[in-house]
Write a protein that binds this ligand. Structure first.
Ligand SMILES: Cc1cc2nc3c(=O)[nH]c(=O)nc-3n(C[C@H](O)[C@H](O)[C@H](O)COP(=O)(O)OP(=O)(O)OC[C@H]3O[C@@H](n4cnc5c(N)ncnc54)[C@H](O)[C@@H]3O)c2cc1C
Length: 194
């Protein structure tokens, strides 16, 4: 939004992005989670279709297709942001940005090579990262981060989720029966200690 507004105000604007336009919210957070929730809602409706006077036989959820739909929704919206950048004459440079002295930004481009940009104004909007609880490191198995959660290949019966609300960006999902592990104690321990 800031880039579009700056462009509308007549400035020459470039965005440096190391991954996908739209950031975490669009690609891995708000949007894909809501797409998953929509699938869950449809599944729930179908399971209760009889309550609405409709008979539906054999309701099955295909987990990988649910995940795929969520990924497609995110990808489609990211393409929408790409379109908006083009429409507003904003140059998008894919790569890792580093602010240098003298109002310069060094970009290590994803396609290779270094580019130095010079600007009167630089807006830093680098977002957040998944935060690990000190007692529960993300191991990609029992403790996973939001990216893995949004692209799981299968689900398990027992899982819970845990949001680190303090910084609004960390989420871990515990893929095990919470009641039979000491995880909850360790999470409470984290909150007490932090
Ligand atoms: C699973 C999940 C669900 C969520 N659901 C919601 C929700 O329903 N509602 C809500 O309000 N919030 C939600 N959030 C939080 C929301 O995603 C964040 O608050 C929001 O994305 C923060 O936006 P931002 O623009 O500050 O940063 P980000 O979205 O993190 O964007 C920062 C961008 O900067 C890029 N970047 C970072 N460093 C560099 C660098 N050095 N060089 C180049 N590029 C760089 C990153 O690749 C990223 O694209 C959720 C988060 C998660 C993880």
């Amino acid at each position: 939004m800031a880039a579009i507004r700056a462009s509308q105000l007549g400035m020459k604007v470039a965005i440096v992005e190391k991954e996908s336009l739209g950031g975490i919210c669009l690609n891995w957070g708000c949007i894909p989670t809501k797409a998953l929730l929509k699938s869950a809602q449809v599944f729930d409706y179908l399971n209760h279709a009889k309550d609405y006077g409709i008979e539906v036989a054999d309701v099955n959820a295909n987990f990988s297709e649910v995940i795929q739909r969520s990924r497609n929704v995110a990808e489609g919206m990211s393409k929408g942001v790409q379109f908006l950048m083009k429409k507003n004459n904003i140059e998008v440079i894919y790569g890792y940005g580093k602010v240098l002295p003298g109002r310069r930004v060094e970009v290590t481009q994803n396609e290779g090579g270094i580019k130095i940009l010079k600007a009167n104004n630089v807006i830093l909007a680098t977002g957040g990262r998944a935060k690990q609880l000190f007692s529960l490191p993300i191991d990609g198995n029992k403790i996973i981060d939001y990216r893995k959660a949004m692209s799981l290949e299968s689900t398990t019966e027992n899982y819970g989720d845990c949001w680190c609300r303090r910084d609004r960006c960390g989420v871990c999902i515990l893929l095990s029966n919470l009641r039979n592990t000491s995880y909850l104690d360790r999470i409470y321990g984290y909150y007490l200690a932090s």
